[in-house]
Write a protein that binds this ligand. Structure first.
Ligand code: URA
Length: 423
């Protein structure tokens, strides 16, 4: 087999066989073909798309490239939740203990983030002492006792995706439905999930900007799920504006704690109830309505909060020692009206420049910096009222730049947080 023939075949929009895809992926993983040839193949896939069979084969090749976690020694169904990533997205911190408090096993293997703010693991590492690396024995013991663990992907999970994703990032080949679907689903399947809820973010602050592409991606991921006998629900959610009121690592942990203790913004609450109810309905094999009632009860009774505290302590975290920067500056509105848009991408980039996110893998995150929003979409603001507070260390963004993230109008706008549910 020859990589140039395989590239030419895909460029000519012909279907690649399992063996051809496997040869290309595994040769790249073994450093037998260079970046430029893999980039050419990825670009041909981006332009010409993939057939269903090619997508199933690619997912399978990805899964087989590394370890596959087996939780069969622990009773019960394992439900996983994945977010395609957004600004202020702290839902995993809330949902993992909440769903576990309903009696469903949840293991979240998460990554460190590249982009606006850290990933879930960075957020948890803002809690001093929190241990994100668990060996197999520690993980199994914790799951038997708590039903929940959040850990970094220290296992050798889907190394082929890891290497190819890094190349996609620098070769203009991230935005491709078959490549995104196989990348996400291979990691979920290899990490031992039986049932999967995907929070597919759509909008300015998301990887997927258009609803049509989101629908196609959702349908492809559901088909991959069926092929591998995994139930998948995709919840398409709005990422035109930041989620909740904080952007930044420690700040998002604090918001999650306040949420679990009862201080909630309606956007985060709607998403937590919707995603949580689907996870619990799948995990316990009960009707959605029954799951919704259980999830609401576990939140209001404080049991979800107790589970969060148990989880943090079990993994060594000490919430009392968390630090938020003591330097802060309020940005005041220069206009009056209803806020009808908050540019998630712009604020995300401001948070990154404050130090809350990484530009490159080597960057070190400053856990204590970030943004707290005092006003959300459709709130009325008077001239001179505080819009947000910046928590900073050695860099303060230009006020005009921050203010340009906001749009004001005379009337409220129609903004839904949950756009569609596809099963
Ligand atoms: N997230 C992933 O894990 N993979 C992609 O390709 C895109 C988003």
């Amino acid at each position: 087999m020859n990589i140039v023939d395989i590239i030419n075949k895909k460029r000519n929009n012909k279907e690649l066989s399992y063996d051809e895809l496997s040869f290309a992926i595994n040769s790249y993983l073994n450093e037998e073909i260079p970046d430029y040839q893999m980039s050419a193949l990825l670009m041909a896939i981006c332009i010409n798309d993939m057939t269903e069979q090619e997508i199933f084969n690619l997912t399978n090749i990805f899964i087989k490239s590394g370890d596959i976690i087996d939780f069969s020694s622990i009773p019960g169904v394992f439900v996983d939740k994945h977010s395609t990533g957004g600004v202020g997205d702290k839902l995993t911190l809330i949902l993992a203990p909440l769903v576990a408090s309903c009696g469903v096993n949840v293991v979240k293997m998460s990554g460190r983030g590249l982009g606006h703010t850290g990933g879930t693991i960075d957020k948890l590492e803002s809690i001093p002492g929190f241990k994100v690396e668990l060996d197999d024995e520690e993980l199994m013991t914790q799951l038997k006792e708590l039903k929940v663990a959040i850990l970094s992907q220290s296992h050798n999970l889907v190394p082929a995706d890891k290497k190819i994703y890094a190349l996609r990032d620098v070769s203009g080949t991230v935005e491709s439905v078959p490549l995104i679907a196989s990348s996400i689903m291979s990691k979920k399947i290899a990490s031992g999930a039986d049932k999967i809820v995907i929070d597919l973010k759509v909008g300015k602050g998301a990887l997927i900007k258009e609803i049509m592409s989101a629908r196609r991606l959702a349908n492809v991921m559901i088909k991959i799920g069926k092929h591998f006998k995994k139930e998948v629900v995709c919840i398409l959610t709005n990422m035109d504006f930041p989620l909740g009121i904080t952007i930044g690592n420690s700040l998002e942990v604090v918001e999650s704690i306040q949420f679990l203790k009862g201080k909630r913004t309606s956007d985060v609450e709607k998403l937590v109830l919707e995603i949580g109810s689907h996870m619990v309905s799948m995990g316990k094999n009960i009707a959605y309505k029954e799951a919704y009632e259980l999830v609401s009860y576990k939140l209001s009774s404080g049991e979800a909060y107790q589970k969060f505290i148990e989880l943090i302590h079990y993994q060594g975290g000490n919430l009392k020692d968390m630090k938020i920067s003591d330097k802060s500056e309020v940005i005041y509105s220069e206009q009056e009206g209803y806020i009808t848009a908050i540019d998630a991408l712009k604020l995300g980039n401001i948070a990154k420049h404050l130090g809350a996110g990484r530009e490159s893998k080597e960057d070190i995150i400053n856990y204590g910096v970030g943004i707290v929003l005092h006003k959300q979409i459709n709130d009325y603001v008077k001239k001179g009222e505080g819009l947000l507070t910046l928590y900073y260390d050695d860099y303060i963004p230009d006020t005009e730049d921050v203010l340009s993230s906001y749009t004001f109008e005379r009337q409220v706008c129609d903004q839904k947080i949950i756009l569609e549910i596809i099963k």
